[in-house]
Design a protein around this ligand. Structure first.
Ligand SMILES: Cc1ncc(C[n+]2csc(CCOP(=O)(O)OP(=O)(O)O)c2C)c(N)n1
Ligand SMILES: [Mg+2]
Length: 130
């Protein structure tokens, strides 16, 4: 099972790693992998802020811990990935037998969706007179 979680999301529920460890997750045939997408932001909220009040960022920044170290502290394996090429080997490792694995994916906050950037959203809102 692959769980995809944002950094904000994970900070609300990440302690559930302990439950997975406690119940011996990953001991059967399946694999448990957590992909943690860290853009240092409540990105969805920031997107609304930029669209309605361009440049007025309020409370949507995140001050993140070392998520890979955090996962290891819960008995998980972990990898830190900040380059596309590093993802595949990390994912292959996660599919190997062992403890469940968290992959900490570091992204630039500006890359808010696959189709646009925060900068473009802010600029469009300014052009629209907001
Ligand atoms: C428990 C809970 N609190 C608040 C929200 C409101 N909310 C919706 S999206 C979001 C931001 C999530 O940030 P993150 O997990 O980092 O994902 P990103 O948008 O950056 O990809 C928040 C706070 C929610 N959905 N659930
Ligand atoms: Mg985020």
């Amino acid at each position: 099972m692959v769980n995809v979680a944002g950094d904000g999301d994970f900070l609300m529920n990440g302690q559930e790693l302990a439950t997975a460890t406690g119940y011996g997750a990953n001991q059967g045939a399946g694999r448990l992998v957590c992909l943690l997408v860290d853009n240092g932001s409540y990105g969805t909220i920031r997107m609304h802020q930029e669209r309605e009040y361009p440049g007025r960022v309020s409370g949507s920044e995140l001050y993140n811990p070392d998520f890979a170290a955090m996962a290891r502290a819960f008995g998980w394996r972990a990898a830190f990935v900040d380059r596309t090429e590093a993802f595949e080997p990390a994912f292959a490792e996660a599919l190997q037998p062992g403890a469940p694995m968290l992959i900490h994916l570091k992204l630039d906050a500006d890359v808010i969706t696959s189709r646009t950037t925060l900068g473009a959203i802010r600029e469009a809102a300014r052009q629209a007179g907001r």
